[in-house]
Design a binder for this molecule. Structure first.
Ligand code: AHR
Length: 498
């Protein structure tokens, strides 16, 4: 028997809407083709931006979008991406496949994309191969008055008013593709670069320093010790994959579909490991910043498998199954439960790359199981986290065991409680009771996403195989208990009016 206890008198912090954030990079078909189809495309678009992608994203309320990378960010020179398109410089995207980048999607196009989908923009600046001056000028271009040199350039390119950018990252993965730096060296550079990321008028900047990869607690220690005073956020990158680079010589990543139970179990185990990693980094952050002023920004997360057969090896295009939906459900529950410190997370990547919400083929846009999880979980945005405890059955495989269930719960200002639950067991349904410790239940609605096999997914031929359905197989007992059976391979979102 599985029991979830929810005590609405024990209210915690706000679940930042930014936990439901996204990441797009000039990588493969994410930006080009996925989002940007160009002004002359036969595909329906708004000033070159694919309309169906805009419509789909708007529905899940993407709170914030990070751009232009990723590894691309530390090779990107923003002035290449402004002004008349025919005059924009063509460069080689050396990190992602050596393809020619025409810079047609630049600062203005990104800002328009964010405005269209209703997301706050988060720009990642170039530390690895860019100068302090270049970064300073980009911020002036974005937020400076029209009378300033960069503001005048912005105006010449059609935008008089400052964009009012708030979230700015000072480099990406500077321990790796962003310059292969030591933590001490980057901490010094961070302090120098961020010093010139200025406030123009009333436009404050929320500064995000490059943080650790996975469980590199040393990086966090050094950054917090040396530079926490100068940052508002520290990033964390954690990908759910069978092996992290260097962990295993073969670095087998496995298939996105058609995998066996071993790979299924291992990926979910790695998804749960997110909790341990966040706890580890939080402990260090608490030591230097007990007031929790500096946010932990998980600005790259998601699954990473071998690319689909026949696709470019550097384009990172992968299918997306109910397993990915479960990884998303578990990860978002973990972020919610740590939202005292985790105040932004950005799934990698929104369209056509890694754990994408949307896949495109010509004019067709497919909503993946991960998309549907974002849709079902959106009600946690800006709600108040509630203390939850639960007893879960175990999913056992090969003499290892994981909790079959993961849970998070929040309450909004209309007194509505939202509970999101995952069941990773591929065979066993979970008999479950939710006990509301305080108050009685007036009304319940629920939505379920479930798979019939571990790799159930949508295809361009059948886009409706895995879609959320209304769920009615629950009963209300003693006015404050809900009893139901959670099917195998499922994500459930319950909304309770108290
Ligand atoms: O998301 C793909 C890549 O993963 C990003 O460019 C990089 O930051 C990370 O290693």
């Amino acid at each position: 028997m599985n029991i979830i206890k929810i005590d609405t008198t024990k209210r915690k912090n706000t679940v930042s809407r930014n936990i439901y954030g996204h990441f797009i990079e000039h990588l493969g078909r994410c930006v080009y083709d996925g989002i940007w189809v160009g002004e002359n495309s036969r595909i329906e678009h708004i000033h070159g931006i694919r309309k169906e992608v805009v419509d789909a994203l708007k529905k899940v309320k993407p709170a914030v979008i990070r751009w232009p990378g990723g590894c691309f960010a530390d090779e990107y020179h923003w002035k290449d991406g402004i002004g008349p398109k025919e005059k924009r410089k063509k460069i080689v995207n050396t990190h992602w496949g050596g393809v020619v980048e025409n810079n047609h999607f630049g600062t203005h196009e990104f800002m328009e994309f964010c405005a269209l989908v209703g997301a706050a923009p988060y720009i990642c600046g170039n530390v690895g191969s860019g100068t302090v001056r270049e970064m300073q000028e980009w911020v002036e271009y974005l937020n400076g008055p029209a009378e300033s040199e960069m503001g005048a350039l912005r105006m010449a390119n059609g935008r008089k008013e400052p964009f009012g950018l708030y979230y700015f990252g000072v480099g990406n993965e500077n321990w790796g593709c962003g310059g292969r730096m030591r933590a001490e060296y980057y901490a010094d550079l961070y302090k120098q670069y961020q010093h010139y990321v200025k406030k123009y008028g009333n436009y404050e900047i929320f500064k995000i320093a490059c943080g650790p990869r996975n469980d590199d607690y040393c990086w966090t220690e050094v950054l917090m010790r040396e530079a926490s005073k100068f940052m508002d956020g520290l990033s964390l990158h954690y990908y759910t994959r069978l092996f992290s680079s260097g962990e295993n010589k073969t670095e087998r990543r496995g298939n996105a579909v058609g995998f066996d139970e071993n790979d299924y179990f291992m990926i979910l185990k790695k998804a749960y490991y997110t909790n341990e990693i966040i706890q580890g980094h939080k402990k260090i952050m608490d030591k230097y910043d007990p007031e929790k002023r500096v946010a932990l920004i998980v600005d790259e997360w998601g699954t990473w498998y071998d690319v689909e057969k026949g696709t470019h090896p550097d384009f990172l295009f992968q299918q997306n199954t109910i397993r990915d939906a479960l990884v998303a459900g578990i990860s978002l529950n973990i972020f919610n439960n740590h939202s005292d410190r985790v105040r932004m997370a950005n799934i990698a990547q929104t369209v056509n790359v890694l754990q994408a919400l949307l896949l495109t083929k010509d004019e067709i846009v497919l909503r993946t199981p991960t998309y549907h999880v974002f849709d079902m979980y959106q009600y946690h945005q800006d709600a108040t986290l509630i203390e939850t405890s639960y007893i879960s059955d175990k999913y056992e495989y090969n003499r290892e065991a994981l909790d079959a269930m993961s849970v998070s719960a929040s309450i909004n200002d209309q007194n509505r409680v939202h509970v999101t639950i995952t069941n990773i067991d591929p065979r066993k349904a979970l008999e479950t009771t939710i006990e509301l410790q305080d108050g009685s239940i007036k009304e319940v609605t629920a939505t379920i996403l479930k798979g019939d096999t571990m790799d159930a997914h949508n295809t361009f031929e059948n886009r409706g195989h895995i879609v959320p359905k209304t769920y009615k197989e629950y009963s209300i007992k003693r006015k404050n208990e809900i009893a139901f059976v959670l099917p195998p391979l499922s994500v459930l979102a319950i909304s309770i009016q108290r």
